[in-house]
Design a protein around this ligand. Structure first.
Ligand SMILES: Nc1ncnc2c1ncn2[C@@H]1O[C@H](COP(=O)(O)OP(=O)(O)OP(=O)(O)O)[C@@H](O)[C@H]1O
Ligand SMILES: [Mg+2]
Length: 390
């Protein structure tokens, strides 16, 4: 059975294809995408062997998309066009399009193009000689509906700590698209930002992602927020989903920093997260805010197991105890990060604290947290390292 994914904004296209395939038991439509962003997500998640691009997508857009798609997956693509000239067919062929079919499509030609595309996908799959193991990337999102509680400080340091402990690929993503501070805190220049990643024509193969991400001295790979707050408006929830799903193919671990609010981009990444690390500080407004935050997450049907609280800037004699906060929120804290002047110092130097002052109690606490994530999501690595250690 050949599974087909269709791409076209017009539902009539799907209806026509359904009619065409009505009598056939050897092929079936398995997914429908209304645009190329969705098509990319379907290709990554469902890996259909054949993808058919309807005329509504636009021939040029389809062809350049196929070039990018076939660099990533063994997939056979057929493009339907109102102007299937020989010149176009040649260009399309170079971009790995199996067949361009003139609209109105001759049913027999279309069926045989689908069969050819499935054969082509099989050939490509065979070429990938090494049998790939199933790839799993753990996604931890650092979130809080309260601003200024230390989300970015923690995200940058947890990510740096994980990348110093493991050999795998660790990526830090700055989803505070308007006012992202990851670049400043890590001492990195935003030469390439998420804006380049959401461009539909960019190739997001594993190799290309590796080249595009900014590399920190620690080995951590970073995807920075746009330079100007205005550019953030052009980034939609769908494009964030698509970037995150491409990065999941690339990375072993992903840490995501977020702004202090729920928006479409944040919901898109929370959906993809294995764990939501909710940060708060030791003051009543913060506790009240996080109580509402937890309630909203519950209403949005995020599982309770996914949610963990981290209390930052822990101090004594502030009129509120950790135990009282835990009681008020109905959950115990995964970590308690002390308050330390060294934090501001490291931020102002643009050097993560776990690198700048590894011996401090606060750095040790963050390293413990990083170890918790590694042992939870990649226990194999912990075992390997312990075995190697003796
Ligand atoms: N454990 C800590 N000890 C001392 N100071 C801290 C600690 N954590 C954070 N800070 C201070 O709090 C400030 C805000 O931290 P950060 O920018 O990480 O918060 P944020 O939650 O990301 O803020 P925003 O919501 O604006 O993105 C930092 O500039 C730092 O000086
Ligand atoms: Mg921040």
């Amino acid at each position: 059975m050949i599974k087909l994914a269709l791409v076209d904004p017009d539902p009539k296209f799907t209806e026509e294809m359904e009619r065409l395939l009505e009598e056939r038991s050897d092929m079936a439509i398995s997914a429908v995408a209304l645009d190329l962003n969705r098509a990319l997500v379907i290709a990554r998640e469902q890996k259909p062997p054949v993808m058919i691009f309807g005329p509504g997508v636009g021939t040029e857009a389809s062809v350049s998309f196929v070039r990018k798609l076939t660099a990533e997956f063994p997939i056979g693509c057929v493009v339907l066009s109102f102007a299937a000239t020989n010149a176009l067919k040649m260009t399309a062929n170079k971009a790995n399009v199996v067949e361009v079919i003139q609209i109105p499509a001759d049913p027999e030609k279309l069926i045989s193009a689908i069969q050819m595309a499935a054969g082509y996908a099989q050939q490509l799959a065979k070429k990938e000689e090494v049998v790939e193991e199933e790839h799993k990337c753990a996604v931890v999102t650092v979130f809080s509906t309260k601003g200024g509680v230390g989300k970015t400080f923690l995200a940058t340091n947890i990510a740096t700590s994980i990348s110093r402990m493991i050999e795998g690929r660790v990526v830090l993503v700055d989803l505070d698209l308007q006012f992202g501070d990851v670049g400043i805190m890590m001492g990195l220049n935003p030469d390439i930002t998420i804006l380049e990643f959401v461009d539909n024509t960019v190739d997001l193969s594993v190799k290309r992602i590796d080249e595009l991400l900014v590399t920190h001295k620690s080995g951590l790979k970073v995807l920075l927020a746009p330079r100007d707050p205005e550019s953030a408006d052009s980034i939609t929830g769908a494009s964030v989903t698509s970037v995150i799903s491409a990065l999941k193919e690339y990375a072993d671990f992903m840490i995501v920093d977020t702004p202090a609010s729920f928006n479409d981009n944040i919901l898109a990444v929370l959906d993809e997260s294995d764990e939501i690390c909710i940060v708060l500080t030791m003051d009543l407004p913060s506790v009240k805010n996080i109580k509402l935050c937890l309630r909203t997450l519950g209403e949005l049907k995020y599982s309770r197991e996914k949610q963990k609280i981290i209390i930052n800037r822990v101090e004594t004699n502030v009129g509120l105890k950790v135990s009282e906060i835990e009681k008020a929120l109905g959950m115990s804290a995964l970590a308690q990060i002390p308050s330390d002047k060294a934090v501001s110092l490291s931020i102002n130097k643009g050097v993560p604290l776990v690198v700048d002052a590894p011996k401090l109690a606060i750095s040790k606490e963050i390293n413990e947290l990083a170890f918790y994530y590694i042992s939870k999501y990649r226990p194999d690595w912990v075992e390997d390292n312990f075995a190697a250690a003796g």
